[in-house]
Design a protein around this ligand. Structure first.
Ligand SMILES: [Zn+2]
Length: 63
């Protein structure tokens, strides 16, 4: 099976079974790294989750 990157469409390797010519999609190292960079650039805080809405959910602790 050929591994083709769904982002840049490059073949970046093979995986078992090697005699199978079908294609499996994924992300090559290059695109993975790019994605990681994009994630790092994104704002880390989600205002929705920071406004105390989580506190309204009763905690499931039974101690
Ligand atoms: Zn790629």
């Amino acid at each position: 099976m050929k591994r083709v990157c769904s982002y840049c469409k490059k073949t970046y390797g093979e995986k078992e079974p090697f005699d199978d010519n079908s294609i499996t999609h994924g992300a090559c190292e290059e695109c993975k790294n790019k994605m990681m960079e994009e994630i790092d650039k994104m704002p880390q805080e989600e205002p929705k989750l920071r406004k105390g809405s989580l506190r309204e959910i009763p905690s499931p602790k039974k101690s």
